[in-house]
Design a protein around this ligand. Structure first.
Ligand code: PLP
Ligand code: TYF
Length: 399
């Protein structure tokens, strides 16, 4: 009966981790998946998470189902984080929020909403983007297209191409925007460019769908990293947002996130929430409790919130430091080439410009595991490995 089922290819990102685990090379380095590591390259559980958990355990709470829309304390916390506590849209009750299964699950609920209530709309994704975006919208049967984003010549944003493509998008289309720290390029629009994109969305009646997976990881400041979605709301646009706590709270495996819709009035928010609940009910019924309790505890507690910001700055700072070290090492080993893009890019990744053949050299010859688009996760690099990585890059670029 199932004899005709074909073998699926490994995931382009998670397949890298599988290959890394299988390697026996003592020098092996995993720069594939975007997951934070400390200077010893070990996974980190934040101190605020441990403190929140001990508070939660001392309360001896039950394991009842949450409501379909999730934990109320978490839903409040996540909107406060996104828009800033006391934001007019919150006071006016025009925000619909469902706790969902981290960023991916929240995007998927959003995609299901688009499939059902924006029938025929095309979703525009940046070229390149996080690979799973294509799967998430594609599997919901939503048509997607690319808009130009990365300019390989300047290693910067192709803003002209981006605006041309969005100008040409049919009214009613959806534009997926990375809230900050664009994955994989590490290149974000400037404030002026964000304003122009917001105006364009308004003029052309495009619906912005923000993927906020790195709030706090771009600048180390939660408010600054929410600049773009807040600006769009301020300009009177209705937006969808998928939020993730995988990276900024290090809750990867707990699957903590939310799908937020900021609407023009309270009635629309109530109707959209009712439909989001209906979609979530059929997808997974209700979200998990533990991670949401942790996030709510941290965001809603003044002391823990301040401590969290410090820990986040620590993570963002370590990444920035190894960025600088990698750039300097490459500059000294191969001064003919301009390596300044490494510290111009922000967030967890560097988009190196290595070709697939050069990536194969990195992996096969040097046991450096990375995605074939040339992205490296700097969260998986430490000072001790900078020189090894730089030598491998130079070897790969020269050959
Ligand atoms: N969106 C982007 C751009 C990401 O990079 C990621 C994770 O790497 C996600 C969404 C979703 O991750 P998660 O489902 O763990 O929240
Ligand atoms: O490194 C990245 O870009 C992500 C990481 O369920 C990731 O793909 C891994 C597992 C997962 C979601 C995201």
């Amino acid at each position: 009966r199932f004899a005709d089922v074909a073998q699926a290819p490994p995931d382009p990102i998670l397949g890298v981790s599988e290959a890394f685990r299988a390697s026996t090379d003592p020098n092996k380095l995993n720069l594939g998946v975007g997951a934070y590591r400390d200077e010893q390259l070990k996974p980190v559980v934040l101190s605020v998470v441990k403190k929140a958990e001990s508070k939660i355990f001392s309360r001896n709470e039950n394991k009842e189902y949450l409501t379909i829309e999730g934990l109320d304390a978490f839903r409040k916390a996540t909107v406060d984080l996104l828009l800033g506590a006391g934001h007019p849209a919150i006071k006016e009750g025009r925000v619909a929020v469902v706790q969902s299964l981290s960023g991916t699950g929240s995007l998927r609920v959003g995609a299901a909403f688009i499939a059902r209530f924006m029938k025929g709309a095309t979703v525009y994704l940046s070229n390149p983007t996080w690979g799973n975006h294509r799967n998430i919208f594609g599997d919901e049967g939503v048509e997607w297209k690319y808009y130009r984003y990365f300019d390989a010549d300047t290693v910067g944003l192709d803003f002209k191409g981006m605006t041309e493509d969005l100008q040409a998008a049919p009214p009613g289309s959806v534009v997926v925007l990375h809230g900050c720290a664009h994955n994989p390029t590490g290149i974000d629009p400037t404030k002026e460019q964000w304003a122009a994109i917001a105006d364009l969305c308004k003029e052309r009646n495009l619906m912005p769908f923000f993927d906020v997976a790195y709030q706090g990881f771009a600048t180390g400041d939660l408010d600054k990293d929410a600049y773009a979605p807040r600006l769009f709301v301020e300009r009177g646009l209705e937006i969808m947002v998928a939020q993730s706590y995988s990276k900024n709270l290090g809750l990867y495996g707990e699957r903590v996130g939310a799908l937020v819709m900021v609407l023009s009035d309270k009635e629309a928010a109530s109707r959209c929430l009712s439909q989001l609940k209906r979609l979530a009910r059929a997808l997974y019924s209700n979200p998990p409790t533990h991670g949401a309790r942790i996030a709510a505890e941290v965001v809603n507690d003044k002391e823990l919130f301040e401590e969290w910001k410090g820990e986040m700055r620590g993570m963002a700072g370590r990444i920035e430091r190894v960025r600088g070290e990698l750039q300097r090492s490459l500059e000294s080993k191969y001064p003919a080439k301009d390596w300044s893009f490494i510290t111009k890019q922000i967030g967890m990744f560097s988009f190196t410009g290595l070709t697939p053949a050069q990536v194969d050299n990195m992996t096969n010859k040097h046991a450096i595991f990375m995605t074939r688009d040339g992205r490296i996760s700097l969260a998986g690099l430490n000072s001790a490995k900078v020189e090894y990585l730089a030598d491998a890059i130079v070897d790969s670029v020269r050959n």
